[in-house]
Design a protein around this ligand. Structure first.
Ligand code: ADP
Length: 448
């Protein structure tokens, strides 16, 4: 194409902005395959989410912009989408084809976390995304019931598990491997192994989003997930009343500690609209999660009212976004799915790599370790200092917090023979004296 013309077209397209990302589509690199044939221009706008609610508006703005260029009479614009992978995902990732892993969490049980996870997963599929749903609520796996899964996972050679697909979503759940009514007594290592298998041994294929329905609270599964795989960010489900929010706050604090971003909050059971008289009754109050989000700078993704039909369709194994896609509740889920996808795009484009995370870790000599952090700060540690600062259960009494390790017993010449990343929040060092059980969280390292 005439380079002058191309420049003119790209210049006018700079007036079209992605409302979520707040930048223009040229700067964002969204304009693809620009071609000119006579007076007709062809190009594609490649968004970061198929769920973009203002796609049509952007297309129209782009059309108007290019038609304002002298000599252009027609425009053929294709709107496409490619979900970008989370920047946190690393090469040695267990599931490199899964672009974004999004845990859905709540501080306590019964707030509708599984119902929300299932409907969000299906709503994302309805918007054109490839989606998986991992039921990590090992204590009470309810996803197979809510999603009406009738098929079982298939084990194929190599001990790989092919997840059943229902409503367009690939699903894996502990529920598939338990007999009806059977309870499991889980201990930390068993849980960790199961989570690793759910991630690494399952044929997820290429996915834009893997939604993970976590157990309620802040236990071993949460820790295990955060340690095993880089997460894009978590969505927190809460009911509106204050008490529940205090509980949700615990989950938020946990993710903060594990350096996992919070993509946003969802308020479930937010008021009740009487189907007979249409009057709204705020049984658990409403707006609490929205207010909390605002106060704490967390995106608010949306609210879902209490709704009898939602409970009935969930119990019958048909997510409401399928059984009644035009209902108020289904529309609320669709809106939340759009908002969630937008937050993922924002995170991934911002280069979410937390300010707290190390950009570069090096060993200038045998007795020093250097970390350059994402915010530019540089820290230099002596390897002896790091070894003495170990906080593992062998070195520090877990109950009293008293140091058990005597610094004078540590060899002054101790060095580091290996470094492993632990999730997105810590490093593990292998010391030359054979000690390697300590996990050094980034905020701890920065405080040393
Ligand atoms: P959690 O995963 O947090 O334990 P569930 O998703 O299993 O919670 O939901 C608990 C119960 O509440 C289920 O019977 C579900 O159908 C019902 N439920 C969830 N959200 C709503 C809602 N907005 N309106 C009515 N019932 C709901």
């Amino acid at each position: 194409m005439n380079p002058e013309k191309e420049k003119q077209i790209l210049q006018v397209l700079r007036s079209v902005k992605d409302p979520d990302l707040g930048r223009d589509i040229v700067e964002l690199g969204f304009v693809k395959n620009l071609k000119l044939e006579g007076e007709k221009v062809f190009f594609a706008i490649e968004l970061t989410t198929p769920a973009c609610p203002v796609k049509d508006r952007m297309k129209e703005e782009a059309r108007r912009a290019v038609l304002s260029v002298a000599g252009i009479k027609e425009a053929e614009i294709q709107m496409t989408a490619r979900v970008r992978p989370s920047l946190a995902k690393q090469k040695q990732d267990l599931i490199p084809q899964v672009k974004n892993i999004i845990p859905v969490a709540s501080g306590k049980g019964g707030v509708g976390k599984s119902t929300v996870s299932a409907n969000l997963a299906v709503a994302l599929v309805q918007m054109g995304a490839k989606v998986g749903l991992m039921d990590a609520d090992v204590y009470g796996p309810s996803i197979p019931r809510i999603m009406g899964v009738t098929k079982s996972p298939q084990v194929i050679p190599g001990n790989r598990v092919v997840p059943p697909e229902e409503n367009g979503v690939k699903i894996i759940s502990m529920g598939f491997f338990l007999k009806e009514g059977e309870a499991v007594v889980w201990r930390g290592p068993m849980l960790h192994k199961t989570i690793q298998q759910f991630l690494g041994d399952v044929e997820w294929g290429e996915l834009d989003y893997l939604i993970v329905d976590l157990p309620p609270g802040t236990g071993d599964v949460q820790l295990s997930i955060c340690q095993t795989i880089p997460l894009t960010g978590a969505a927190i489900v809460s009911t509106p009343q204050d008490v529940a929010l205090k509980v949700a706050e615990k989950a938020i604090v946990m993710f903060n500690k594990l350096n996992t971003p919070i993509l946003g909050m969802i308020e479930n059971m937010s008021g009740f609209v009487c189907s007979h008289c249409g009057q709204k009754n705020d049984i658990f109050g409403s707006g609490g999660a929205r207010a909390y989000s605002l106060e704490n700078g967390i995106p608010f993704l949306g609210a879902i009212p209490l709704d009898t039909q939602l409970r009935q369709t969930s119990d019958a194994g048909i997510p409401i976004v399928i059984s009644s896609p035009d209902s108020v509740v289904a529309q609320a889920f669709q809106q939340i799915a759009q908002n969630l996808a937008a937050q993922v795009s924002i995170r991934n484009l911002e280069g979410a790599g937390s300010r707290l995370a190390p950009k570069q870790v090096s060993q200038p000599d045998a007795s020093h370790l250097k970390i350059v952090w994402n915010d530019g700060r540089e820290s230099i540690y002596s390897t002896y200092q790091l070894r003495v600062a170990c906080q593992c259960a062998v070195c520090v009494d877990e109950m009293s917090g008293q140091k058990k390790l005597q610094p004078e017993t540590v060899n002054q010449k101790v060095f580091i023979s290996g470094i492993d990343p632990v999730g997105q929040y810590a490093l593990r060092f292998h010391f030359s004296d054979g000690h390697s059980t300590g996990i050094y969280a980034f905020d701890y390292l920065r405080s040393l």
